[in-house]
Ligand binder design. Structure first.
Ligand SMILES: [Zn+2]
Length: 239
């Protein structure tokens, strides 16, 4: 082999090594670049996480009055109280939950809590007095012999200062939401407000004996407005 041939072979070999090296480097950069473009930023909070509501530490019992065979007040036209109570109670549950309250419902369907009235009341009392309950809101519809009487009323256990404060917050907020003149809270002595250890109120949403109240109570908008009013009052009481 000539000397010039050997030199050419060496040069060719060097060229081959350099080309292979350059190609390898190009592939590495291309792969890295591609991987970099695929890099996913740190995960964003999931919708569930962002929607998670911070609890405010207060627990409210919402009691939809009556249920089962005990349908409560009935309007001359046949509107039943127990069903409307449940509708308002459910709206209130949703609003207060979104506000950060922990809610315990005494009932979530049309059924009573027991087969007899005394069994039902005993069960309600047990639920109301669950440890760490901060307030009780019992939802009802009113009825009176004078059909001209209308509007919401809120009762508290006579002599209960905290109950009275809660009742005043509630009736004021309800009347504001319904754009009605503000009424006073009423003292009373009824099972639910008497037997509750936490401050308790009975919200009488309106009179089924009054045709205009009945008409309004049968609309979802009005029931939502009532629930918002009650919720405003509860929030005000705890703020
Ligand atoms: Zn009732």
């Amino acid at each position: 082999m000539k000397k010039s041939d050997i030199t050419r072979k060496i040069i060719n070999s060097i060229c081959m090594v350099l080309c292979t090296f350059t190609l390898a480097m190009l592939i590495t950069f291309w792969v890295d670049g591609d991987e970099a473009s695929k890099e996913v930023p740190s995960p964003l909070p999931t919708p569930e996480a962002t929607q998670e509501i911070a609890q405010n530490g207060f627990t409210i019992v919402i009691d939809a009055g009556h249920g089962g065979k005990d349908c409560g007040a009935v309007s001359p036209g046949g509107t039943i109280e127990s069903a409307l109570n449940l509708e308002v109670a459910k709206e209130l549950e949703q609003i207060l939950t979104k506000t950060g309250f922990k809610i315990i419902m005494t009932r979530t369907d049309e059924n009573a809590l027991g087969s007899t009235k005394s069994e039902d009341m005993k069960k309600r009392k047990e639920i109301m007095n669950t440890p760490h309950v901060d307030a009780v809101v019992s939802v009802h519809m009113n009825k009176f012999s004078d059909s001209s009487v209308s509007g919401p009323m809120v009762f508290y256990m006579q002599g209960s200062e905290a109950g009275q404060k809660l009742a005043e917050c509630a009736i004021e907020s309800i009347c504001t939401r319904l754009e009605r003149p503000t009424r006073s809270a009423n003292p009373g002595d009824y099972f639910v407000i008497r037997e509750s250890e936490a401050p308790a109120i009975i919200v009488e949403c309106g009179f089924l004996s009054n045709s205009e109240d009945e008409r309004l109570l049968l609309t979802k908008e009005h029931r939502l407005c009532l629930a918002e009013g009650i919720a405003d009052g509860v929030s005000k009481f705890f703020s």
